[in-house]
Design a protein around this ligand. Structure first.
Ligand code: CA
Ligand code: CA
Length: 227
């Protein structure tokens, strides 16, 4: 009987249209709105892009601590590319800030007006990485005076960044700003390409297609097994 129910639940998973599964996803950025190339040099450099498709209507990009060698950041045709061509000297940071339309690289802790990242029962960010040989990505979620941080080593594919993995005191249902930073140290060149950043639930791979696990199916299973 248990095997039969599991099979039924599995079948239900396959029947849910893929489009419906992301109905509650909050798209932070799919990088289709182009930001011009931010090229590193002796000074920091910025690009601010206003677009309705970006969470909060704006993407603030900033390069910090750049040194010799071609280091740049650009968003175009659905791909965010960060290349660290740093050949030595101080560390480099490529920073992207989602904090509403403040037209400034400075972080407005209330800029998103308290967006609820848990809408639809979502409990994690889904970050789709196309390629990477960089070693560190750092995320910061800010809710007024609270903030939480997660530092990861990027891998190719859809990365699940669970809210419970963040360290700090941000309230994920009342978010004022989100930042993503590409951190590279010393003289090791690297490139990372990101094609999507959104909220979501757990994902599983079925037949080469990645679909979120349905909360309703999990509730069915929990009820049946008495959990
Ligand atoms: Ca902004
Ligand atoms: Ca800003």
């Amino acid at each position: 009987m248990a095997k039969l129910l599991i099979a039924v639940i599995f079948s239900l998973l396959l029947l849910v249209p893929v489009g419906a599964q992301n109905a509650f996803a909050i798209v932070i950025d799919d990088y289709t709105a182009p930001s011009g190339v931010v090229v590193g040099g002796p000074a920091t450099a910025n690009q601010i892009k206003v677009d309705a498709g970006i969470l909060g209507g704006e993407r603030d990009m900033n390069l910090q601590g750049v040194g010799p060698g071609l280091t740049f950041m650009v968003a175009n045709l659905g791909v965010l590319t960060y290349t660290q061509g740093h050949l030595g000297g101080s560390n480099t940071v490529g920073l992207i800030v989602y904090d509403g339309q403040d037209n400034s690289i400075a972080i407005d802790n209330l800029g998103l007006g308290g967006v609820d990242l848990t809408t639809g029962g979502h409990d994690r960010f889904l970050l789709n990485v196309q390629s990477s040989d960089c070693d560190t990505l750092s995320f910061n979620v800010i809710s007024g005076i609270g903030s939480s941080t997660l530092i990861i080593v990027p891998t190719v594919g859809i990365m699940e960044l669970e809210y419970t993995s963040f360290v700090g005191n941000a309230v994920f249902s009342q978010v004022g700003a989100i930042t993503m930073a590409m951190l590279t140290t010393g003289s090791t060149p690297c490139t990372i390409e990101i094609i999507d950043f959104r909220t979501g639930a757990a994902v599983q791979q079925i037949g080469g297609e990645i679909i979120p696990i349905q909360t309703t199916s999990l509730i069915l299973a929990e009820n049946y097994f008495g959990n």
